[in-house]
Design a protein around this ligand. Structure first.
Ligand SMILES: O=C(O)CCC(=O)C(=O)O
Length: 259
């Protein structure tokens, strides 16, 4: 077992029961001809970059389909054991409905370590260089070249969440990382409501962002510690042939500030 780094604002408590490893389901079959996706997009004006709250920027249609497929293909490898996909467990004993796999640093509620201490104890897979570069490009897309974080941003961890049918993610703050660098989230597959509350409240009023496959959301600066979550995923809204099982995939890259 690795050393758990207890830098958390919640005191580093974790569940003794551990997570539950899962096996990634095959890709969903393409929709039959004539069957309409519920998704959105067609016959709509192009969506543009929006700063939804100070420091929180939504960049729609950031990745083209080819780049999305490439990430899904990589995810299929990350999901395999050792240190593969699992349902994490919160300290109260409940399993989270999302399945998740980590890169660079392993995160379990609520601590980081270098090994998957809540499953097989294996070393976490490295954060690929391409993902580090993609996250840097994401920060530039959100804040512009020469933005405050551009040169200093040193991502070292990703949490990759798979939302199968019915899965959601409750409102939470990313509080286990000492770093104040922005958090970069890429959505793939089904669309979702990405909900932002406040930095000091998980209650409304909420700012809800509709995130579709290929969209980017970056939150940093005054919203780095904002309560956020994914209350709803909209089934059958993913592009065809993405290579995912039914549901949504998110890749959230961040700088932990841990060593
Ligand atoms: O799955 C998402 O889009 C959000 C992930 C998230 O909130 C997190 O990693 O803290």
């Amino acid at each position: 077992m690795g050393i758990t780094t207890s830098t958390t604002r919640r005191g580093g408590a974790t569940s003794r029961l551990g997570g539950v490893p899962t096996v990634l389901a095959p890709a969903s079959s393409p929709r039959a001809e004539g069957q309409l996706a519920l998704a959105c997009g067609e016959n709509e004006p192009p969506r543009s970059r929006v700063e939804v709250l100070p420091g929180a920027v939504h960049v729609p249609d950031w990745l083209d389909l080819r780049a999305q497929r490439d990430l899904v293909e990589q995810f299929r490898r990350w999901a395999l054991p050792p240190a593969g996909l699992r349902h994490p467990r919160v300290p109260t004993g409940h399993l989270m409905s999302v399945q998740s796999v980590c890169l660079g640093w392993h995160w379990q509620p609520y601590a980081y370590s270098r090994t998957a201490d809540d499953t097989d104890g294996a070393a976490v897979k490295p954060l690929p260089e391409e993902l580090i570069e993609l996250a840097r490009v994401a920060v530039r897309a959100a804040y512009g070249a020469g933005g405050p974080q551009e040169h200093a941003f040193a991502p070292d961890a990703a949490i990759v969440n798979l939302y199968g049918p019915g899965a959601h993610l409750g409102l939470h703050q990313d509080g286990e990382e000492p770093s104040d660098a922005p958090v970069v989230t890429i959505g793939l597959g089904d669309s979702c409501t990405f909900r932002l509350a406040g930095v000091d409240r998980r209650t409304g009023p909420f700012t809800d962002v509709e995130m579709r496959s290929g969209d980017l959301l970056v939150f940093g600066g005054p919203t780095r510690r904002i309560y956020h979550g994914v209350p709803k995923v909209f089934p059958d809204t993913a592009p065809d042939d993405l290579g995912l099982p039914p549901g949504r995939l998110s890749i959230t890259v961040r700088e932990t500030g841990l060593s």
